[in-house]
Write a protein that binds this ligand. Structure first.
Ligand code: HPA
Length: 273
């Protein structure tokens, strides 16, 4: 067993006795979005710092807390705060929460993030259903010594984001009068934001939104055989012909302002799962 799996197993052993039943859904939240499941009936919560072997979040806008609760009769583990490559974490550290969910036998994974809009039909504050992604980070969480217990060496990536969950998200959006865009998420390493030339490039290769997260977790989730729903909160629009400055503060503010909408959407999706 590789040492990382040994660590994940130790963390799993810490959590397992605290669960009442099998967990139906794992949810990993993005920048400014840690409050998106505010209707969750919380059973307990633990700071990441109190979980053995768990990496620590270094970004202030990420809370770093694991919350166990229930919603619409489903039991859910919410990972409030993720790890980013740009913080200096390795791809395997970034995907530690996914491996933990895998050891806990979680089969449905929800990922959300804050992202820049490249598609000029989008507006800041809208939500995009991730249909596919392009990994431009130069990293991959499956690199390195093989861990057969975590899945096959060359997992197929023709359908990373589950079609059925996407359909449920569109239905939940329609039922709640929420505009739900659909598109392709381009994942970069960051943390510097895009130049106008880079934005033009991302548009040319089909990108609709850009961000610095989600892809490592989605790849590990596919290898783990999870059904994945990915939602991007578009916090700013990147128009290469009329570039405007983007700041973390503005991104976090837009994400927090739209958190209630993301919350309604996700609660409804979860009731439909
Ligand atoms: N680029 C990359 N990541 C982001 C952006 C952006 O413009 N906005 C929010 N996250």
């Amino acid at each position: 067993m590789n040492p990382l799996r040994q660590q994940v197993m130790e963390t799993t052993a810490h959590i397992n006795p605290r669960l009442n039943s099998a967990v139906d859904i794992g949810f990993l939240t993005g920048t400014g979005l840690s409050q998106t499941l505010s209707s969750l009936k919380v059973i307990w919560e633990i700071d990441y710092a109190d979980l053995p072997n768990f990496p620590r979040t270094t970004v202030e806008s990420h809370r770093g807390k694991l919350v166990y609760g229930s919603l619409s009769g489903k039991s859910i583990l919410v990972f409030q705060g993720r790890f980013h490559l740009y913080e200096g974490y390795t791809p395997r550290q970034v995907t530690f929460p996914i491996r933990l969910m895998q050891e806990l036998k979680i089969k449905t994974l929800i990922l959300n993030n804050a992202a820049g809009g490249i598609n000029l039909n989008f507006s800041a504050g809208e939500v995009m259903l991730i249909r596919d992604h392009i990994n431009l980070t130069g990293h991959n969480p499956l690199v390195g010594a093989e861990e057969p217990a975590w899945g096959i060496r060359f997992p197929d990536m023709t359908r990373v984001y589950d079609k059925g969950l996407g359909t449920l998200a569109l239905k939940a959006a329609a039922d709640n009068d929420i505009i739900l865009r659909e598109g392709l998420y381009a994942g970069l390493l960051g943390p510097s934001l895009e130049t106008p030339a880079e934005t033009r490039f991302l548009k040319a290769i089909g990108g609709d939104a850009v961000g610095f997260s989600t892809i490592m977790e989605a790849i590990a989730g596919v290898q783990a055989g999870m059904k994945i729903l990915g939602l991007s909160l578009i916090t700013n629009i990147n128009n290469p012909d009329a570039p405007e400055e983007t700041t973390l503060e503005a991104v976090v503010e837009t994400a927090q302002n739209a958190a209630e909408k993301m919350n309604r959407l996700l609660c409804d999706v979860i009731s439909l799962i």
